[in-house]
Design a protein around this ligand. Structure first.
Ligand code: IPE
Ligand code: IPE
Ligand code: MG
Length: 256
């Protein structure tokens, strides 16, 4: 029987209880997380929504360290979607200030932990202060070669795909490639994630079972794990649980 929220069947449940230390053999190389539920976390406590975002930021540092220790190669965190501009202005502003806040506190540690910071998303529309904080982190960590911490910031998958198609079209138009050269890997190379392998594992917190315009192309064959836990309550323990479930899945890619 499949549990609607976790995507796990009963045997996965049983397995996980006994074995919360993931095996080092089969750690997902790329984990993508839709960090959701900050607002509800705050509401439950009678706090303003932004208090949830602040708490959520504290969770990021623990999950980054833990991913690094586990040997994850890429951690993509969905931090702000192209649809999140619809939120009240003060909340948007608070969210746009978070990279600055997070990085001013965490950058020395990220450098020490050999983390490479990068972003995926439409950088141009970000406020100057957000760009500055992010650019500084990218520059300061560019010579590291450990975990890639990839923030999906002002990211929307459909617009990414449209931009990819336009870019392929201009290659054809300029005579650099022929229409026959347009393959899956060619389009992949024209997306914002061209230099990253597709996520092996997608995690979404807060009980929502949807993608919310996140990496629609890249997640074609990823394993999904959903949890009711709200992002500010998410911990390395939950990360390990998700990885254990992942390790008990069979990835068939259409084969047998
Ligand atoms: C996720 O938490 C953070 C962002 C989308 C930026 P939410 O703010 O969406 O929290 P809920 O879903 O309203 O609880
Ligand atoms: C998705 O969460 C975006 C991020 C986590 C950054 P939302 O809370 O914005 O998604 P919906 O609106 O519930 O689909
Ligand atoms: Mg939400």
């Amino acid at each position: 029987m499949l549990n609607k929220l976790t995507g796990r069947n009963k045997s996965e449940h049983k397995e996980v209880k006994h074995e919360l230390e993931p095996s080092i053999e089969n750690i997902p190389k790329h984990i993508a997380i839709i960090m959701d539920g900050n607002g509800r976390w705050a509401k439950k406590r009678g706090l303003p929504r932004v208090a949830g975002h602040r708490e959520g930021m504290n969770v990021i540092r623990k999950i980054v360290s833990s991913s690094n220790e586990l040997g994850v190669e890429v951690l993509t965190l969905y931090a702000f979607s192209t649809e999140n501009w619809k939120r009240p202005k003060p909340e948007v502003e608070f969210l746009m200030r978070l990279p600055e806040r997070f990085l001013s506190a965490e950058l020395p540690k990220l450098i020490e932990e050999n983390v490479v910071v990068r972003i995926t998303g439409d950088r141009e529309k970000l406020p100057e202060y957000t760009k500055r904080a992010v650019d500084n982190a990218i520059e300061s960590t560019k010579n590291n070669n450990g975990l890639i911490l990839n923030f999906a910031l002002n990211y929307g998958s459909r617009s990414e795909i449209i931009e990819g198609i336009k870019s392929v079209y201009s290659e054809i138009d300029e005579g650099n490639i022929a229409i026959e050269d347009v393959t899956e890997s060619l389009l992949s190379n024209h997306l914002m994630t061209s230099d990253l392998a597709d996520p092996d594992l997608l995690i979404r917190t807060s009980g929502e079972i949807r993608l919310s315009n996140f990496m629609l192309w890249q997640l074609a064959y990823s394993e999904f794990w959903f949890t009711d836990v709200l992002w500010p309550d998410f911990s390395p323990h939950h990360l390990k649980e998700a990885i254990c479930v992942y390790q008990n899945r069979q990835r068939r890619y259409g084969g047998v």
